[in-house]
Ligand binder design. Structure first.
Ligand code: HEM
Length: 218
């Protein structure tokens, strides 16, 4: 719907529809107040696709029906993501994905040739690559979560209105408990890993490893 007057410039993302967003917001308020007449419901259904855009205005004004052109313009700008963050997060994630595939292929090749344990550079590279899946997963999370802003439900519910009503201290309390718990897990895991790496595979007593071989066979 093109804008007639008193409206922010159209963005390339969505044509301006000031009157429909304002009307859908007014209708939603009436519905929430308990008016369930079929006419109102029908009118709301015909305009509800604009409601999300009306709600985006809540960041700039509490009364969206009286939003100024400047506020509408700022709400429209909120829908444009930071391209640099998305561009690099996505490409580094995909790059790491292909890097790990290549690492698996090279490792498989040397395993098949039974030369794997003699390729020190490869063993070192694998150890230094351990954070790669974690970094890729975090970047993927940024692609998915940051990329969908400002929406919690695309074009329906802005994040601003979907965020939790928990207090700052609720959040600090729960995040501290999680950090504490996983720090304990991390210390326990690191302790066990170091312990069993030091003991070596012969601690499994399978008879297959270096220190378990008869002297003559070494
Ligand atoms: C060829 C490589 C890859 C491609 C093409 C790719 C593609 C994508 C795309 C398109 C998304 C966004 C999905 C959305 O819109 O919700 C995504 C999300 C994600 N990616 Fe990747 N990805 C790749 C590699 C990886 C790797 C190697 C990891 C981790 C080891 C990873 C972890 C994730 C995670 C955790 C998400 C967020 C999922 C969510 O919360 O919905 N990706 N990926």
């Amino acid at each position: 719907m093109a804008c007639s007057k008193n409206c922010a410039p159209e963005t390339p993302l969505r044509p301006c529809s000031r009157s429909s967003t304002a009307s859908s917001s007014t209708l939603a308020t009436a519905l929430r107040a308990g008016d369930a007449s079929p006419a109102l419901l029908q009118e709301f259904n015909s305009l509800k696709q604009h409601l999300g855009y009306g709600l985006l205005l809540k960041r700039h004004t509490q009364k969206v029906t009286d939003a100024t052109p400047e506020q509408i313009h700022r709400a429209a700008l909120d829908t444009i993501p930071n391209v640099g963050v998305m561009f690099w997060s996505f490409r580094i994630m995909v790059g790491l994905g292909f890097y790990m595939l290549a690492l698996i292929a090279v490792s498989f090749y040397f395993c098949a040739k039974r030369e794997f344990d003699r390729k020190r550079w490869l063993l070192k590279l694998i150890v230094f690559s351990m954070p790669a899946p974690w970094i890729a997963a975090e970047l993927g999370w940024i692609v998915a979560e940051y990329g969908r802003q400002p929406w919690s439900i695309g074009e329906v519910l802005p994040t601003l209105l979907a965020s939790s009503t928990l207090s700052t201290w609720d959040l600090i309390g729960s995040i501290s408990a999680i950090v504490l718990l996983y720090t304990v897990f991390m210390i326990a895991a690191a302790y066990l890993m170091v312990k069993y790496v030091r003991l070596g595979p012969s601690s499994l007593h399978t008879g297959r490893y270096f220190f378990e071989q008869p002297k003559a066979a070494l």
